[in-house]
Design a protein around this ligand. Structure first.
Ligand SMILES: *Cc1c(COP(=O)(O)O)cnc(C)c1O
Length: 455
């Protein structure tokens, strides 16, 4: 080890990296060799790796260990809001706002006029009120926190009435009955899986009722014999009895996405207009911002939530508030979203634009790899992801690739292990690159990843 530390290459490694970390990696590289000797993988002395080889290994360990771990990745999987890949890519405006707030100090929770402590929500509250028509707004860590905060604020130890058709599970960890229990509200189920009527809610109201809860079943759809009660009807009934209507709208469409030929998703402004007292949604689904829970609604109700002691545990820092601010501003000009916001650019891209990109990917692969890679352009569907737009993807064009001697699973894995990693999708035993979720500047990275696969 001491000899190693005097080696010229190690000295220059130490000059650039923390010394104790370099030593640790050298020790790991040596331990690996010792283990290989003990396990019988190395039998003859001449098979013991040279000093240079050992330093190669240590250098790799140092570089792997000290680089940014949240590697930028190419999303060719065709899931726009891919939770595993960090959900929404941020708009340039959001990146700039984030950069400005992150670099030094910002006025997050200070009133400039008085120099006193101010409400950190105010920066986004005004924008959210403008966009949704609500009276007040509040930002928390994610939509799950928003729902818990709402239930706990208005219905702790009281009853919350919810339709059996809306007791959904979102992404494994968020299950409406569990969230209700944890929020310390008493769940009262009404109706059936497929049909719930207004009278079901009316008959369930007691002295102990505090909330009528509506959950947007954003990740599944009931076809056929189906009835749910609208927010408007629920609000009228609730307000006759002095109750609070909480709507978990989940995906949080701020604009009607039918303008881009997508299927209808209920919008936040509609829920506000229909009289819901509190509406909660995610900042990183259809809003396409940072992970956050957004709460909008009646001022009196939002103020009450702001005063809940849980708020201290749920509040966000400057990174979230600034990135959200940069994102929300874009919704003031919804027509321009396909130009200003990458999520809407992907959603709204006409099929012939996507097709041209697929053809370009295909040509580049053919030019680079000749007949070593078999390709074909196919019709497919891009998914919105994160439980938005269930079972109704956006039509897309994809490049299917196959390499002799590779199963689709193996190829997909090797592409994930490339630098930068490429995430693809497997469709009938073929690896698919969805051209809708790959940015033009990422096309060379697909080629690079395929080269890495052969290397
Ligand atoms: C996604 C979703 C949630 C959970 O939101 P997170 O921001 O992921 O915590 C809750 N409710 C509904 C209806 C959702 O769609």
């Amino acid at each position: 080890m001491t000899v190693m530390l005097q080696n010229k290459r190690v000295v220059s490694l130490v000059a650039e990296h923390p010394e104790i970390y370099v030593q640790k990696c050298l020790r790991t590289a040596l331990d690996e060799i010792r283990k290989n000797i003990v396990d019988g993988w190395i039998e003859k002395p001449e098979d013991i790796p040279s000093t240079d080889k050992i330093i190669d290994r240590a250098e790799k360990l140092v570089n792997d260990g000290l680089r940014n771990k949240l590697t930028r990745s190419v999303n060719a999987a065709g899931v726009i809001l891919h939770t595993g890949l960090g959900r929404a890519p941020l708009a340039p405006a959001a990146q700039n706002a984030l950069q400005e707030a992150a670099s030094r100090y910002c006025i997050l929770a200070t009133e400039r006029e008085t120099g006193k402590r101010g409400d950190r929500n105010r920066h986004n509250e005004e924008l959210l009120c403008e966009i949704t028509g609500a009276e007040a707004a509040l930002i928390v860590n994610n939509n799950s926190a928003a729902v818990m905060l709402a239930l706990n604020t208005f219905a702790k130890d009281k009853e919350s009435i919810v339709s059996r058709g809306e007791l959904v599970e979102i992404g494994g960890a968020f299950r409406v009955p569990d969230v209700m229990r944890r929020s310390q509200t008493i769940m009262v189920e009404v109706g059936t899986t497929n049909k719930t009527h207004l009278r079901d809610y009316r008959e369930a109201i007691t002295e102990e009722t505090a909330i009528l809860l509506k959950v947007h079943t954003s990740n599944y759809r009931i076809e056929g014999f189906h009835k749910e009660v609208s927010v408007k009807e629920m609000s009228e009934l609730a307000h006759e009895h002095g109750l609070t209507v909480v709507m978990d709208i989940g995906s949080g469409a701020l604009v009607d996405i039918r303008r881009w030929n997508l299927a209808y998703e209920p919008t936040v402004p509609e829920a506000v207009a229909d009289g819901a007292d509190i509406i909660t949604f995610s900042g990183d689904k259809m809003v396409g911002g940072p992970q956050a829970g957004i709460i909008v609604g009646k001022k009196e109700c939002v103020d009450k939530m702001k005063r809940n002691p849980l708020m201290r545990a749920f509040r966000c820092g400057k990174l979230t508030h600034s990135a959200l601010n940069g994102t929300l501003r874009l919704f003031l000009d919804a027509d321009k979203l396909p130009e200003t916001h990458p999520v809407y650019e992907m959603i709204a891209a006409p099929l012939d634009v996507v097709k041209k990109r697929a053809q370009r990917i295909n040509r580049r692969i053919k030019a680079e790899f000749k007949d070593r890679i078999k390709t074909e352009i196919r019709d497919s569907h891009t998914e919105m992801g994160s439980g938005s737009l269930p079972a109704r993807g956006v039509p897309t064009k994809a490049v299917a690739v196959a390499i002799d001697g590779f199963t689709a699973e193996r190829l997909a894995r090797d592409l994930r292990m490339a630098e930068p990693p490429v995430f693809s999708r497997i469709e009938d035993e073929r690896v698919i690159f969805d051209a809708r979720t790959v940015a033009d500047e990422e096309v060379p990275w697909l080629i690079k990843a395929l080269k890495d696969v052969f290397a």
